[in-house]
Design a protein around this ligand. Sequence first.
Ligand code: HEC
Ligand code: HEC
Length: 296
Amino acid sequence: MMKVSLLFSLLFMFSCSGENSFKKEKVFLGNQRVPAHTLNLGRQVYLEYCMACHGVEGDGNGPAAKGSIPAPRNFKQGLYKFGLVADGALPTDEDFKRIIQKGLKGTAMLPWDISDQQTYAVTQYIKTFAPQVWEGEGELGKPVELEADPFTIARKESAINKGREVYHMSASCQTCHKGYVSKEVLSQLNEKYNGEALTEFDEDLYQPKLQISEYYFYDSKERMKKFLPPDFTWHNIRSAQTVEEIAYRLAAGVTGTGMPAWKETIADHEIWAVSYYVKHLMDMKGKPSRKSVIYK
Ligand code: HEC
Ligand code: HEC
């Protein structure tokens, strides 16, 4: 009896893997032809390293996904946060490589120690979960571009000061994130930029404000996920640690969430300045200096 059921389960496993294996190449956006053996390798990598969270079906509902905040991405949606492409465009293979090999800091999405070949293959396999976007006629995303850093480390202090002003004035990042200057300083900045002192302040100036996103769980389109914009002195920044990485993240935004792409909205030199400022705030994490930017 034991033997028979073992045989059956072996047969079952065999037929399953046979059924799911790719026999033909796929053609993705940008006329990228991916041979069947690459997709099959990708599937193997996926089942070994990724399935536990992202699920056999790619819906983000793997056995290890329960309670994970943020939730593992539902690949069926064909929507990704951390490409370095113009807002809303699909990530490039370079983007996937960076995300997979570097991970997303502070989340369950670790840096995966897999080869470039395995990374490429698993990237192509992930695309098969969302044929509606990858097999369409649309354009592939173009990497965002920025002019060279006009400050460099030599003028770090002036970059931080300029960045503080950009943050609270021309970009008004505190409309979603929180403010990091006193009401008095905010009022002075407003006088400098808009010619009048402030008499009224938003009640939630010093709190991050919950933003709605386009991401949903595997089980319901209604359950749009809401995200809290990070406090840079407290939370992990998932996709960027250096000034340069922050600058490119700001330029591209975080697709599908409230976090806008800042390229074209503010000037490149402002993006650089505010990136120095964000990095300055990030460096206060866990240090007493943090108190100097926390207001209630
Ligand atoms: C332990 C759980 C876990 C495992 C295992 C895991 N991931 Fe993730 N992954 C996550 C979480 C959580 C997120 C969402 C992070 C966020 O939204 O900030 C994520 C997000 C992603 C994203 C989306 C990034 C974006 O820009 O939106 C990709 C692509 C990805 N994972 C690929 C992989 C691949 C490939 C593997 C296997 C090599 C893998 N993941 C294994 C938890 C996991
Ligand atoms: C309309 C609301 C909104 C505005 C305005 C906004 N952000 Fe965000 N930001 C968000 C949200 C929401 C997230 C979290 C998205 C997510 O869950 O991945 C975020 C995330 C971030 C991140 C983290 C990215 C990562 O890798 O984890 C950085 C850095 C950031 N914002 C900087 C800024 C700066 C600097 C400004 C002003 C120039 C700004 N944001 C303006 C909503 C906003």
